[in-house]
Design a protein around this ligand. Structure first.
Ligand code: PLP
Length: 469
């Protein structure tokens, strides 16, 4: 069997690799109890939308890494741009009075692409750090304004904003808040996720929207508008189950935030750089101008880690007020890393030249429509998505929408079947989540949908055989 795509490196022995992995690597979110038995799938090579394991088996990666391999893997041009930057300048300090050429060029480009007056960029190395930086910027800004009590954050249940202490505390997925970890709990409030499928029976979308907006406003009033600093929201909730809000949700929440002097932080770590068919989703898809946008992932299509926090001219005016002797005492050794910024510039260049945003706008409706055909399957309760984000929700009862027991991990039953058939989808308890590379073709969409159908059918047969359905 071929060991990965042409020109990939020789691959070490799979059994040894798995044993070393099990002995030394801590895998985020993998259950300690089952890991020694199940191990991890060792991926050895990638090409376009495909991954190859260490035995050479090919998989269509419908997860796009982790919502990030937007332009696809294995591009020579990316390798060349990265190598050239390493040769020219692999590192320069970003602190105080030094900068580097790719970081400046990228900040300039981001300021052009970002909506409205989001002209200022703070670089970091991940989405979590971008959210953490936003959190610190919010505090700094409110303190600069003399509003030292204005520190409370409002987020949503089921939100995912990353894994640093602050980002995870802002996040709202119950499974991400096990009791063994500590969180900031006194100044972060979580309101309902805009999940219409799980809204009360008989509620119209407009009624549901009114409820959600009422809840945000009431929460601000309960805490006290002079105490609420910011609202954090993903345009479409990703890891929380691809939750597309009802029409008008972001405009409504933005308006309430404006009314009560609350900053609006749009976490576009997943949605920026093409996933919804635009550079940024906040304005072009949802018609809002946030105060702060966080990005990562698609900014380099995963070739090199990079995150950024973009913030408004208005915030900058306040924090940099002349004569105050202030500096923003926050940053990282690798803020604006020249190699990461060069990778981002090349990634954006490829997206522009190959019209990848236009491709998403054409291909995403096909992906979404084809996935809808899975609704006839007996355990498929909901199929939802937007752009190149999609999710299938499995239920024990389609009418009552009753879930399978969480411990059953039904999404994993389906994704295991998909693995066997050469398709990677992401199981999240009772969901299968997808975010394919943006360059995906019609034939690849057809493969995803037909393979997913077979995998759901196989998992259903097993569930029946074992008395779970
Ligand atoms: N914000 C959102 C919306 C995300 O989906 C993620 C990761 O999935 C993050 C932040 C954290 O990004 P990272 O894993 O790069 O730290």
């Amino acid at each position: 069997m071929m060991n990965g795509p042409p020109n990939s490196k020789p691959i070490p022995d799979t059994a040894r690799l798995k044993a070393a992995d099990c002995a030394h690597v801590l895998h985020p979110w993998q259950l300690f109890d089952i890991f020694p038995e199940e191990g991890a799938l060792p991926i050895a090579a990638g090409d376009g939308a495909y991954l190859f394991d260490s035995d050479g088996k090919r998989y269509l990666d419908a997860v796009g890494g982790l919502w990030c391999t937007n332009i696809g893997l294995g591009r020579e041009e990316m390798a060349d741009a990265i190598a050239a930057q390493v040769r020219t300048l692999a590192y320069a300090s970003p602190f105080v009075d030094m900068t580097n050429v790719p970081a400046v060029q990228l900040a300039d480009k981001l300021a052009q692409l970002a909506p409205g007056e989001l002209n200022h960029v703070m670089f970091c190395c991940s989405g979590s750090a971008a959210v953490d930086s936003a959190f610190r910027l919010v505090q700094y800004y409110q303190n600069c304004r003399g509003k030292r009590d204005k520190k409370y954050i409002i987020s949503r249940h089921n939100a995912y904003h990353g894994s640093t202490y602050a980002a995870m505390s802002i996040g709202g997925k119950p499974g991400d808040h096990p009791p063994e970890f500590d969180y900031i709990s006194d100044r972060i409030y979580h309101i309902s996720a805009p999940n219409f499928y799980r809204a009360g029976a008989g509620l119209s979308e407009a009624e549901f929207l009114a409820e959600l907006l009422g809840e945000l406003e009431q929460t601000i009033l309960d805490i006290g508008p002079d105490k609420v600093a910011a609202f954090f929201a993903e345009p479409v909730m990703g890891a929380g189950g691809v939750i597309v809000p009802p029409a008008g949700y972001h405009r409504g929440t933005r308006e309430i935030c404006r009314q009560y002097d609350v900053l609006y932080v749009s976490d576009e770590v997943v949605t920026a750089f093409g996933r919804l068919g635009h550079w940024f989703a906040s304005q072009d898809v949802f018609g809002i101008q946030p105060d702060i946008i966080t990005v990562a992932k698609g900014i380099t299509s995963g070739y090199i880690p990079l995150g950024a926090t973009l913030y408004s001219e208005q915030i900058h005016r306040v924090i940099s007020e002349p004569g105050k002797g202030r500096c923003f005492a926050h940053g990282f050794t690798y803020s604006g890393h020249p190699v990461a910024c060069a990778a981002a510039l090349k990634n954006i260049d490829i997206m522009e030249r190959e019209h990848i945003l236009e491709h998403v706008r054409e291909m995403a409706p096909y992906l979404q429509a084809q996935l809808q055909t899975l609704r006839d399957l007996p355990i498929v309760g909901d199929v939802r998505g937007m752009g190149m984000m999609a999710c299938v929700e499995f239920v024990r009862d389609k009418v009552s929408r009753a879930r399978f027991a969480e411990e059953l991990d039904v999404g994993k039953w389906v994704s295991n079947e998909a693995d066997r058939r050469g398709l990677i989808v992401r199981p999240i308890i009772n969901l299968n989540v997808m975010s394919p590379p943006l360059i995906i073709t019609r034939d690849q969409v057809d493969f995803i949908v037909s393979t997913l159908r077979e995998s759901i059918q196989a998992a259903t047969a097993q569930l029946i055989a074992e008395g779970h359905f």
